[in-house]
Design a binder for this molecule. Structure first.
Ligand SMILES: [Zn+2]
Ligand SMILES: [Zn+2]
Length: 407
C-alpha cells in the first residue's frame, strides 16, 4: 500500500463512527490484521471495546482487517485449544471465484510458469504446451461477475434462508465483501450452537449436494412418470416451482442457454398441459415424447439453476476469520459494507461501496488494465505507461491493485 492510499485509509478510520465499526460481541472475538510492509497476518488480537479497536486501526492502518466468526472466552490466547470456544456465527460466502461467468474469458487469464503460454479464464489443470502445472493467475472483477454474485446472494437469502428455513430477514446481516462477492451472517444463539456436521447438512441442501432424482421420489414406471408438486417440501417443491419458471422462460426468452434445443422443443410442445398440471399440483408428468432420459436432462438443468453457489468450507469451518464490518478492502479501496435485505436489490458495489469520492487525479498506469467502472464512469482499457485522469475512487482502485501511481 503506498503512502497516498495509506493516508486515505487512515482518514477513513479517523472519521468512521464507532457503532459502524463494531462487530457484535467484539471482546469475545479474535481479530487479525494484514499490515502494510509486514509479512503475514497479525493474529490473536482482542479488544475490550470499540475505542481500543479504532485506535489500533488508526495507528496501524491495516490493508485488511479480519475477525473470528467464533466467540471465545479467551480470544487473545495464541493456541486454538486455549481460546475456550463458546460458539460460532453461521456464515455463508458467495464469491465470484466460485461462479462461472462467460466474461471471465475476457478479463481473467493465466500464464504458464514453465513455457510462458497464455490463455483466458481459469488456468487448465496442465499446460497444453508443456504440461506444466504451475501458473500465474490474473483475475479481475466486473459488473457482470458481481451482478451474478448478487443474484446468487438473493437466491440464498430469499429462496433458501427465508423460503426453506423460514428465517426472518432481520436475523441476517448481508455484507458486500469489498471485492469479489457477498457474505451472509447469522448471529443468533441458535445458529451459534450448530456444530460442523449440522452446518454441512445445511450447506449440502443449499448446494444440492448428493441429490438424486430417485432419492427424492421421482418415479418412473413406464409409461407413467410421477414427478413433484409445488406443495411438496424441500427440493421436490423447489424443482416443481422452478420447472414452471423454466416453461415461462422458454416462452419469453425463446432460447434458454445451456439447455439443448431439442429438449426445449419437447418442453415447448408439452408446455400447456404440463403447466396446467403443475398449477393444479398434479404430479403426473407423463408426457408425449419425454421419457426418463429427457426428464433427467431437464431436471439436471432445473437443479443446477435452482441451487446456490455458496463456498461450502466457509460455512462448515467454525474457526475461520472473515472480513470485519465496514473496514476497507486493501485490494480495491471498497468498504466491506453491511446491508439489510431490502437494501440489496438496489445496491451497486461500484458506486455504493466506493469509500473515496473526490477530485480527479492524474495516474500513471503500471500495467495493462481491463475496462472498469467506478461510480457512473467507465475507464480503460489502459496500457502500461499511459497517463490518465480519473476520479479519486478509480485512482484508489488502481493503486490498491498496484496498477497505478499518482503521476
Ligand atoms: Zn507451459
Ligand atoms: Zn466478469
Amino acid at each position: 500500500m503506498n503512502d497516498y492510499v495509506k493516508a486515505l485509509f487512515q482518514a477513513y478510520y479517523r472519521e468512521i463512527q464507532l457503532e459502524k465499526l463494531m462487530p457484535r460481541d467484539l471482546p469475545k472475538r479474535e481479530l487479525g490484521f494484514i499490515l502494510p510492509d509486514k509479512k503475514g497476518m497479525i493474529r490473536h488480537k482482542a479488544f475490550a471495546d470499540t475505542k481500543d479497536y479504532k485506535a489500533f486501526l488508526l495507528q496501524n492502518v491495516p490493508v485488511h482487517v479480519y475477525y473470528s466468526a467464533t466467540l471465545y472466552n479467551s480470544p487473545w490466547k495464541d493456541r486454538m485449544d486455549l481460546k475456550d470456544y463458546i460458539g460460532c456465527d453461521l456464515i455463508f460466502d458467495i464469491d465470484c471465484d466460485h461462479i462461472e461467468t462467460p466474461c471471465k474469458q475476457e478479463h481473467d487469464g493465466w500464464v504458464c510458469k514453465g513455457c510462458g503460454k497464455k490463455g483466458g479464464g481459469k488456468p487448465p489443470v496442465a499446460c497444453p504446451e508443456c504440461e506444466g502445472m504451475s501458473f500465474d493467475e490474473k483475475s479481475w472483477l466486473c459488473d457482470k461477475c458481481l451482478a451474478k454474485a448478487k443474484t446468487e446472494t438473493l437466491k440464498l437469502v430469499d429462496d433458501f434462508l427465508i423460503g426453506d428455513f423460514g428465517l426472518p430477514p432481520d436475523n441476517m446481516d448481508i455484507y458486500f465483501s469489498g471485492q469479489r462477492g457477498y457474505h451472509v451472517h447469522l448471529e443468533k444463539e441458535a445458529f451459534r450452537r450448530m456444530n460442523a456436521e449440522e452446518r454441512r447438512e445445511m450447506a449440502d441442501f443449499i448446494t444440492a449436494t448428493g441429490i438424486s432424482l430417485s432419492s427424492i421420489g421421482f418415479l418412473v414406471k413406464s409409461p407413467s412418470i410421477t414427478g413433484f408438486t409445488m406443495k411438496d417440501p424441500g427440493w421436490r417443491g423447489k424443482i416443481a416451482v422452478n420447472l414452471l419458471h423454466l416453461l415461462d422462460r422458454i416462452d419469453i426468452d425463446g432460447n434458454v442457454p445451456l439447455l439443448a434445443k431439442e429438449v426445449q422443443d419437447l418442453l415447448r410442445k408439452n408446455k400447456e398441459i404440463l403447466k396446467k398440471r403443475l398449477l393444479a399440483n398434479d404430479p403426473n408428468w407423463s408426457l408425449e415424447g419425454i421419457g426418463q432420459g429427457y426428464w433427467n436432462r431437464i431436471l439436471e438443468y432445473v437443479v443446477r439453476d435452482t441451487k446456490c453457489e455458496i463456498d461450502v468450507p466457509v460455512t462448515i469451518d467454525v474457526h475461520r476469520l472473515i472480513r470485519a464490518p465496514n473496514t476497507l478492502h486493501g485490494k480495491s479501496g471498497f468498504i466491506n459494507k453491511k446491508l439489510k435485505r431490502d437494501e440489496l436489490d438496489k445496491f451497486d458495489p461500484f458506486n455504493d461501496a466506493v469509500a473515496f469520492k473526490g477530485n480527479d487525479e492524474r495516474i500513471k498506469i503500471l500495467n495493462d488494465v481491463p475496462r472498469f467502472r467506478i461510480e457512473d464512469k467507465t475507464y480503460g482499457p489502459f496500457k502500461k505507461d499511459d497517463i490518465e485522469t480519473m476520479s479519486l475512487g478509480a485512482a484508489v482502485f488502481l493503486m490498491c491493485k498496484n496498477l497505478g501511481v499518482v503521476a
